[in-house]
Each structure stands twice: as structure tokens, then as C-alpha cells.
Ligand binder design. Structure first.
Ligand code: C5P
Length: 394
């Protein structure tokens, strides 16, 4: 959570039942070393009291324009002056309408009107209120005005109905706030990513696969979304959640992965092959379970090299390959870069096997090798994206 360390945030809490999640959000922000100044509207205070936020943030909570604690009586200006952003969670339909029209009849709305920092809102309301053309008009206007809208989520609502309008969970809002702070180095780019292992069936109950977790490919998909790209993620069999904002296509075998890639590749500016594609598949996929015997032999045939095939296309997208090696990283990774005609290869030494949460990689491009510091896979993915954005932008 390095991105949030030392930041200053104004957390605006308006009057919706989702205000209880704002307390958790405040806690997560404080844990990430953020200075959180909570501004409660009158209705917000009906749901969660100021004492809760004060205890969580260790700071005064602001509720009125007429607060005498602010020396110059200008809380509506001073609170946002050094803030990195104002985050309103929950943002009710009423408060969004106020924002849209520039009303300033309480501390939070006045603060928003007088701000000189970005504004993020996490809507929270009943699904009918969300779908109402008035709310949709307001949201469109706010987006046009440069406000970032986080969510809303879809699901069960406090009123017992189900649909779009519920506030995102506190962890999702935190993720979105971090994403908001990422440089938009891939804005307008369309990125196609393969991730995870493939599974090559031997018979209905057996197959060939490998322990790739898909975590690195999914982290890259998330980092690309954060950087402003439109992302399609083609995933082998993995049990990971799809990064919000990415379009996911699930496949099982290398041949299915190849077909999915070839269908999508024309619409891609960048192709990142992270998948650990099985090098071979059984020649025959037997229809019935093979009976046990002391010795069994299976004939294997090489799978197509998806990445090499994409890189060899006329008008190929900018291609990035991965090389997981157990030794001689530099020579093997650079060898792959040249053999597959790739502008960029991400190499890593696999010492503890695949599937961990951390990674240490070296980037190989025509200018040589660049080692990135070890970090969790998302941090590493963000660094890879920054590097590839420079190369792909040329
Ligand atoms: O397996 P290998 O080390 O050659 O993988 C290097 C790169 O090529 C990886 O980015 C991998 O996703 C890609 N690849 C592929 N299709 C294959 C084998 C590898 O796209 N059949």
C-alpha cells in the first residue's frame, strides 16, 4: 500500500445505511498511513456517530460550516487544501444531485465546490433510485465534470431488493482509490493477456497441467486496467477473481487458448503472454477412462506457440513474453526474446516453484536487461506496465 502512505484524504460521509461501511473504510485508510479527515453530513450522523470516526481516525470530525475549532472559520476551504483527494462514501442520490448542480448548503457540499483536488464518489442507494433518469443524468454530468465514480456494486440491498446501487465494499473502494492514483500510462490502449496454466486432457478424468496460479497474469490485467487500458484476459483453469474492469474469457486447453487469442488479437494494441501453456498435449483424447496397467505410454504432440504465432503476424500488436527459468535466466530469456521476435521479455528465476505471491523479475529489451525490485505481484506488475508503456508508445 505504498501508494497511499502519507496521503491526506477528506472522507465525506452522507446519509445512507452504507455509512457503516465508511467506518471500515476509514480504518483501512488509517492502516495504510493515510491522514483521514472525516466530514459528516447531518444525515450521515444519523447512521454513524462522529465519535466512531474520531476514534478510528484519531482526528477531529467536521460537521458544520460554523465550526469554531478552525481558526479562520473556513473549514470549507482549509480541509481540502492539502488533500490528495476528497472521497465521498457513501454518496447518496440527494448528495450527488447537489454536487451536480453546485449546491453548497452544508459543510461537505461547500467543501466540494471550493475544492482544488480530485473528487471520488461511491454511490449508495436503492436500485430504483440509481436507475432513475435523474440520477443517471447527474452521474453523466459528474463524470463529464471530471468526478470519478466508484461502483456502485450489484447485489442485495438493505431494503431487501436486489440490483445495482449498493455501495462497493470498503476494500474495493480502497483498491479503486489506489488505482485512481496510478499514472494513466496505458490510456486508450487495448491489451490482451493470457494467464494461468492450460489443462490437456488424457481421458475424461486425467490430464497434463502445471502449477501456474495465474496470479502474475491477473496482477498484470489489474495493473493495465489501473493504467487506463481496456483489458481482455484469457485465463486457463484458475480460481482467481477477475480484476474489476477486465473482460475475462475462460479456456481449458492450449488449443482453446490459441483460438480465443486469435479471435481477439486483431483488436489488441498489446499482447502479453503470461500463461504457462503446456508444451505438449496427448495426440489422442480418449473418450473413456483408461484402465490401470503397470506401464502406460501416451503419445504427445507439441502445442502451438501462441505468443510466437501472434508476434509473427503482419501488424502484430506489441508483444510481451514471460520466461520462467530455473537457471541461466539472462541467456535463456534473451534467447526467447530473439527467437520469438519479441520487443520485451519478462524473466524470472523460479526457485521456490510457481504460485507464490511475490516475484522478482528482470526485463529484457533491445537496450539490455533491467532488474526490478522484488515485490508482491501487483507492485511488480505496475512496474512492468510502466516500462512496457514507454516501449509500446514509441
Ligand atoms: O514456454 P516458454 O518458456 O517458451 O514461454 C515463453 C513465453 O511464450 C511465455 O510468455 C508463454 O506465455 C508463451 N508461450 C505461448 N504458447 C506456448 C508456449 C509459450 O504463448 N505454447
Amino acid at each position: 500500500m505504498m501508494e497511499l502512505h502519507g496521503r491526506r484524504v477528506v472522507l465525506g460521509v452522507t446519509g445512507g445505511v452504507a455509512a457503516y461501511k465508511a467506518a471500515e473504510l476509514a480504518r483501512l485508510l488509517v492502516k495504510a498511513d493515510v491522514e483521514v479527515n472525516v466530514v459528516l453530513t447531518e444525515a450521515g450522523a444519523q447512521f454513524v456517530g462522529a465519535a466512531t470516526f474520531q476514534a478510528i481516525t484519531g482526528r477531529p470530525v467536521w460537521q458544520t460550516l460554523w465550526d469554531s475549532r478552525m481558526d479562520n472559520a473556513m473549514a470549507h476551504i482549509d480541509l481540502s487544501r492539502d488533500a490528495d483527494f476528497i472521497l465521498i462514501a457513501p454518496a447518496t442520490a440527494d448528495f450527488l444531485a447537489k454536487l451536480t448542480h453546485g449546491l453548497a448548503d452544508d459543510l461537505l457540499s461547500t467543501l466540494c465546490l471550493a475544492r482544488d483536488c480530485p473528487l471520488l464518489v461511491a454511490p449508495a442507494m436503492n436500485r430504483q433510485m440509481w436507475q432513475n433518469p435523474a440520477t443517471q443524468r447527474n452521474i453523466m454530468q459528474l463524470v463529464n465534470d471530471g468526478v470519478s465514480v466508484l461502483g456502485p456494486g450489484i447485489g442485495e440491498q438493505a431494503c431487501g431488493e436486489t440490483g445495482a446501487g449498493r455501495m462497493l465494499e470498503a476494500t474495493e473502494i480502497l483498491d479503486d482509490a489506489i488505482a485512481f492514483l496510478q499514472p494513466k500510462v496505458m490510456a486508450g490502449k487495448r491489451v490482451l493477456i493470457t494467464a494461468g496454466p492450460t489443462f490437456e486432457a488424457i481421458d475424461p478424468v486425467r490430464g497434463l497441467t502445471n502449477p501456474s496460479s495465474g496470479k502474475m497474469g491477473f496482477a498484470l490485467a489489474r495493473a493495465c486496467v489501473e493504467a487506463g487500458a481496456q483489458v481482455t484476459l484469457i485465463a486457463g483453469p484458475v480460481t482467481l477473481n477477475t480484476p474489476r474492469g477486465a473482460t475475462r474469457i475462460d479456456v481449458t486447453s492450449a488449443l482453446q487458448m490459441r483460438d480465443a487469442v486469435m479471435r481477439a488479437v486483431d483488436a489488441a494494441d498489446v499482447f502479453i503472454g503470461v500463461a504457462a501453456v503446456a508444451d505438449y498435449r496427448p495426440v489422442e483424447n480418449v473418450a473413456h477412462k483408461i484402465k490401470k496397467s503397470l506401464v502406460m505410454s501416451i503419445d504427445l504432440i507439441a502445442n502451438p506457440d501462441i505468443l510466437a504465432e501472434v508476434a509473427a503476424r503482419p501488424n502484430a500488436p506489441f508483444c510481451v513474453g514471460f520466461a520462467a527459468e530455473s537457471q541461466n535466466l539472462a541467456s535463456y530469456a534473451e534467447g526467447k526474446r530473439v527467437a520469438k521476435k519479441l520487443p520485451l521479455v519478462v524473466g524470472n528465476l523460479v526457485q521456490d516453484g510457481l504460485g507464490g505471491d511475490q516475484n522478482a523479475v528482470t526485463l529484457f529489451d533491445e537496450n539490455g536487461a533491467h532488474s526490478l525490485p522484488q515485490g508482491d505481484k501487483l507492485e511488480v506488475a505496475r512496474e512492468i506496465v510502466k516500462h512496457l508503456a514507454v516501449l509500446a508508445g514509441k
